[in-house]
Design a binder for this molecule. Structure first.
Ligand code: SF4
Length: 360
């Protein structure tokens, strides 16, 4: 499995990135390791448009190509267009962080000679380096899943074999261009944020389903109390589809938070989260963005597994009641949503205050 490195053949590498915001953040340690192991290789990352902003200014890749499967790469003609582009890219090898059969098929049809990825989705025969999943990964954070693939293909040592957690290897980090930070702050000021006190960002949605969401009126109570007692300015983030959730929270609040749900691009969201002093969130893509930016992040977990997908970094805290049915990984709760209803307003408020004070 060291062939990719030892042959010295990889001058141009294509990496097929993951499709979701959270997964893309959790794959950053793997990208960082590829860059470290192949410092002279030109690395092109192929990703869907909606996650591409994560890699703006990234030191781990040289180019980002968009797989616009709802636009110019839609349908059979679009796929052929993409295959032609990949074929003309002069890639020596493709590394597939995404698990789909299609990722292997596209790189095979593009004639990329070395194709490496996990043996999943019945695609092993399309790969020249098909890697079986190490069963130990089941008990590890998802960052290990991507990192271990890279290390088995390119590295000498595996972080998975290390006796203690290798945080410097597995913690995602997101960098932000100073000009993006400045623009985000200007936009927030135009929207009425005065930066007179602490700025608290909130992501009360979760695209996966309602099982992951803490209760809206409890968010409202916590945010009102933070406004009244800490002088906090509150910003609600989310997608357009999540705007009703934010509006419902506003309807329960005495204070008037800024609602930006559906009104930011991903790059604006990243830069605006970076302007916050605290980020309170369900288990979601924005949670991973905040933690990777080093923003103090208070994550409310219930139906999902914090060991596998919790926020990483020293500034992240998880509240989880660890009820007997958790983690169920369901989209909707089939019972009484006790994993979330047992998280009280008081404990979220107290933890938020503690984190705000610790932040200075
Ligand atoms: S089944 Fe249990 S863990 Fe899953 S959403 Fe419901 S209460 Fe939460």
């Amino acid at each position: 499995m060291k062939a990719l490195l030892e042959t010295g053949q990889v001058r141009r590498l294509l990496i097929r990135g993951t499709n979701w915001v959270g997964d893309s953040v959790m794959a950053i340690p793997a990208l960082r390791e590829v860059r470290r192991l192949l410092p002279r290789t030109h690395i092109t990352l192929l990703v869907l448009p909606w996650v591409s902003d994560i890699y703006q200014g990234s030191p781990w890749v040289d180019a980002v190509w968009l797989y616009d499967r709802k636009g110019r790469h839609a349908g059979a003609a679009g796929r052929i267009r993409l295959i032609r582009s990949l074929a003309q890219g002069g890639f020596d090898a493709a590394l597939l962080l995404q698990n789909a059969f299609e990722a292997a098929l596209l790189t095979r049809l593009a004639g990329i000679p070395l194709r490496a990825g996990y043996r999943r989705d019945a695609r092993g025969w399309l790969l020249t380096h098909a890697v079986s999943i190490d069963p130990r990964l089941e008990a590890r954070h998802q960052t290990y899943y991507y990192l271990d693939l890279v290390e088995r293909l390119l590295g000498r040592k595996r972080t998975l074999d290390a006796p203690s957690p290798a945080q410097e290897k597995t913690t995602p980090e997101l960098s932000l261009r100073p000009e993006d930070h400045t623009l985000a702050r200007q936009r927030l000021e135009q929207e009425g944020v005065g930066f007179r006190g602490k700025v608290v960002g909130v992501h009360p949605g979760a695209a996966y389903g309602s099982a992951k969401r803490w209760i809206g009126d409890r968010y409202a109570q916590v945010l009102d109390r933070l406004t009244q007692t800490q002088g906090a300015e509150v910003i609600l983030f989310g997608s357009r589809q999540e705007r009703p959730i934010a509006e419902s929270i506003c309807g329960h609040m005495a204070a008037r938070p800024l609602v930006l749900s559906g009104r930011t691009s991903l790059s604006e969201l990243i830069a605006m989260i970076a302007c916050c002093d605290l980020f309170i969130t369900n288990d979601s893509g924005p949670m991973h963005l905040a933690a990777a930016l080093g923003i103090p992040t208070l994550a409310l977990f219930g139906s999902t597994d914090q060991v596998a997908t919790g926020p990483l970094g020293s500034a992240a805290i998880v509240l989880n009641k660890n009820v007997e049915c958790s983690p169920c990984l369901l989209r909707e709760c089939p019972i009484d949503h006790r994993c979330m209803t047992r998280i009280t307003v008081e404990e979220v408020f107290q933890e938020a205050v503690r984190m705000l004070r610790a932040g200075g």
